[in-house]
Ligand binder design. Sequence first.
Ligand code: G1P
Length: 280
Amino acid sequence: MGLINKCLFPAAGYGTRFLPATKAMPKEMLPLVTKPLIQYGVEEALDAGITGMAIVTGRGKRAIEDHFDISFELEHQIAGSDKESLLDGTRDLINRCTFSYTRQNEMLGLGHAILVGETLIGDEPFAVLLADDFCLTESDSVLAQMTALYEQYRCCIVAIEEVPLDQVSRYGVISGVEEREGLFRVNEMVEKPEPAAAPSNLAIIGRYILTPAIFEVLRNTAPGRNGEVQLTDALQTLASQGQVLACRFDGKRFDCGSVEGYIDATNVLYRRTIHSESEQ
Ligand code: G1P
């Protein structure tokens, strides 16, 4: 076992930007080509050597649990047909990972969702993956890059990328001291600042490695931006003690929480699918 064995997936949000598609279907089940967003997330965690998938769900999210389970009727129906292999990847995940679930019954923010997940994590460092930030990398996944850093530094790590200054108000934004190329010791973190108040244009994307110290800090973190308990605010408390790193990752992120980013990711993946099929 590595040092990071569990990944928390906050997946209770409503996905209102995708209405009406997300009226009765979890936004995490929206597909990029044919695979749901959350399955890409689980594959990424597994690529980082993580097998414990801890999912914070909410009302209307049961399709996620059903997805990571055997569907006897369907599998019986397609057994022996050319469709059978389409479920191989999902079946492999079910065999190799454990899935545990708890429910966030009020939407009180990302920080609150993490705290609700404490029961699934316990007293150990863990990863957090926001499935609507979809990342494509050439080799190691973003989480694999981050768990390797954790082995070395043993503190909280957030993934960051540069965004245009007029977009910083969509993100948690950091500033810090660059200790080595692409790796910052964070001293300031602000959730969704106005451009004029932003400490930089380095935005947090939905990949984190957190130490269990975060839970106690979250319990003592007052609601912040939008009246929600913000993970960024809790991390700021640890950053002021020098305990947070931010890393630029190798790869490309798509904001699949927006229709535009989702369509971009779909197009890129579709072209890759066509390309790899034509090579076969
Ligand atoms: C959350 C975090 C924010 C981070 C973002 C990445 O915001 O609160 O700090 O930059 O995820 O996607 P949300 O997109 O849930 O509003």
